[in-house]
Design a protein around this ligand. Structure first.
Ligand code: FAD
Length: 425
């Protein structure tokens, strides 16, 4: 008689987030007819995380946005083990050990485990009045503390901290946003946009402290007490710690799979394959070679999770993966929209089209040898999309022509592509 605690599946997916759901969908689209077993430690069906720092923080009872509509999730015939943690991966036996004591035998396995919020030892998860923001339940708990007049300290002004601070401010919360780096999003966007964002944030009534290190923190039942490197002190009713993500790679590491030494992600090839032939990885936990950087990188974005999920679905079925798309990312700080194409790098020369102060819109291109490698759009994402072929076909441009607002963008792109095609060997 079969052992009821031993489950079997052709394809096991660990994690039930963005990459997991997209991979299951892609497996069906590619014709996989066998079972797919998805094991996720959250109680919810896969949901989109981007709204967690936006809509979900701005209204009580904002609904979750499912990655796949219920009908599509059901159509994908996913055997979903909800609220179940995978504790150990045994690649030699092709077996997952689940926290409830069962084991799951697989033929192929996808690790889509995402990551967890990086924590501050002085403000551990579960401390009074202390928030981290990674899950729907985190967002709902934080939302419940956002009452008009409440004081919220946000530590870390990355994309997530910035969005959350602006969302809280919309609800009438007194927000202090503290960042140890001297510039807002300085590693990702040109300095002119950092400055514009800082002024925009201040204009919303948020107290922004850049270049401010945290020296000590304490949270008790009455308040959160913060002391900064320059001696300044701050008391708040709640604190959100938004200082980045730690990729969830324990299963892979403990199983002896290759981990990238620099970014800490599970090292994968173009089809998501890890150093074990039957195990694949995708999303925030995966580190892949990036041509424009000339090295591996882990990318924490919605688009990357979707792209890597599609590639891993091909890999899981032994098919050639689609060509990797140019990385794309968006963030909505308050009422604004910032989109990025490609990845920033230290050696790029940035050229700007438009004046954010005059029009609230501008577009920057980061060029290497005249070729656009990184694009950043403030409230002008459509224009950035029009430039995408220049990135993909590696077409050099004249910076002055791009910067001149009299140049109509779309015909100019067309002409540049035609000229490049005419001289191509
Ligand atoms: C608040 C917030 C706002 C964001 N905003 C944007 C945005 O504006 N634009 C953008 O491009 N990206 C944004 N992102 C990033 C984007 O949502 C992520 O890059 C994407 O969700 C990554 O997908 P993933 O499948 O790799 O991981 P996740 O979606 O995190 O899914 C991983 C799942 O695996 C589960 N899991 C982990 N380990 C185990 C285990 N051992 N057993 C069982 N289950 C496990 C986790 O609990 C989780 O449910 C945002 C993220 C957050 C948190």
């Amino acid at each position: 008689m079969a052992d009821a605690s031993e489950l079997r599946t052709p394809i096991a997916i660990v994690g039930a987030g963005q990459a997991a759901a997209r991979a299951a969908q892609a497996l069906r689209a590619l014709g996989h007819a066998g079972a797919i077993t998805m094991v996720g430690d959250e109680p919810h069906r896969p949901y989109e995380r981007p709204p967690l720092s936006k809509a979900v923080l701005q209204a009580d009872d904002a609904p979750a946005t499912p990655v796949l509509p219920d009908a599509a999730f059901d159509d994908s015939r996913i055997d979903w083990l909800a609220g179940t943690r995978v504790q150990r991966l045994d690649p030699a036996a092709r077996r997952l050990h689940l926290a409830d004591g069962r084991t799951l035998h697989y033929e192929r396995c996808l690790l889509a485990t995402g990551g967890t919020a990086r924590t501050l030892p002085a403000l551990p998860p579960g401390a009074p009045r202390t928030h981290y923001l990674r899950t729907l339940d985190d967002a709902r708990r934080l939302r419940a503390s956002l009452r008009p007049g409440a004081r919220l300290a946000v530590i870390g002004a990355g994309f997530l901290g910035l969005e959350a601070a602006l969302s809280a401010r919309r609800s009438g919360v007194e927000v202090t946003l503290v960042e140890s780096a001297p510039l807002l999003l300085g590693r990702f966007v040109p300095a002119a946009l950092s400055d514009w964002l800082a002024r925009m944030v201040a204009g919303q009534g948020i107290a922004l402290h850049l270049g401010q290190g945290l020296a000590a923190a304490r949270a008790d039942a009455d308040a959160v007490h913060l002391r900064f490197a320059d001696g300044a002190e701050l008391a708040a009713d709640a604190v959100l710690v938004a200082i980045g993500l730690v990729p969830a790679v324990d299963l892979a590491r403990d199983a002896g799979l290759a981990i990238d030494a620099d970014d800490g992600g599970i090292a994968v090839g173009p089809g998501g394959q890890t150093s074990d032939a039957a195990v694949f990885a995708a999303g925030d936990c995966a580190s892949q070679f990036r041509t424009t950087l000339g090295r591996r990188a882990r990318i924490e974005s919605w688009h990357n999770a979707n792209e890597q999920a599609a590639a891993a679905a091909s890999g899981l079925l032994g098919l050639a993966p689609p060509a990797p798309a140019y990385p794309w990312f968006w963030t909505d700080p308050g009422e604004h929209n910032v989109q990025m194409l490609g990845l920033p790098a230290a050696d790029l020369q940035y050229v700007c089209r438009g004046d954010p102060d005059a029009a609230g819109r501008a577009l920057w291109l980061g060029l290497r040898d005249g070729v656009p490698v990184h694009g950043v759009a403030l409230n002008t994402g459509g224009d950035l999309r029009a430039l995408r072929p220049l990135f993909e076909q590696r077409v050099a441009i004249a910076p002055e022509a791009f910067a001149a607002e009299a140049t109509a963008l779309r015909p100019w792109v067309k002409a540049r592509l035609a000229a490049a095609a005419a001289v191509a060997p």
